[in-house]
Design a protein around this ligand. Sequence first.
Ligand code: ZN
Length: 197
Amino acid sequence: MEHDEKCNLCQETSLDVGESSSYGAVVICKVGSETDNMWLATLSPKTGGDPENDCTIQLMPHHHYTNFTEVNTNSELAKNYGLLFAKVSNALFQVMKDQDSEFTDPSPTRESSISIASYGKWTTWNEKKEHLHIKIFPFRNNIGQPYTVDSSFGRKEVHTDTETNEKFVKMDVVEKTMIKSELFTTLKDTLILLLNE
Ligand SMILES: [Zn+2]
């Protein structure tokens, strides 16, 4: 499907670098020469992490592709995804390195190491047909908790619900809040510079 009128992501895929969507996401990079092979990255206005430090960048194709099997049918689209993923990872690394005063320490502690995570999921034959998107974010604070595919998730302490006997593990609550406006402006300008030089 080229565009889906009801899709909020389709509405932002025609924006240019620096332009902002109705809910405040800003396009920071576009890769591709034609709309059928184009990918975009946007900086989200909210984060589930620390609103004074963290952020989330979203990658998505211009067209309303819903599944990576569709990306596999267009090699230029697949290549451009890889290029954008690498560019955004590097730009976010540069931003996090500059935020971390301990990073230049010759013997960095484990706390000062830089971790970046990505998340994406696609389902074949689902009802919802969501616009394919992948999130890249600093793996720290509440958005840096071990995920189900991590070995460390499997090592979490198992608790038992006293009423139902169900077993569960604990996670910290993640609430999305607006990134502080000064930080958002700095992040947006820095990322646009790094990604479009
Ligand atoms: Zn869409």
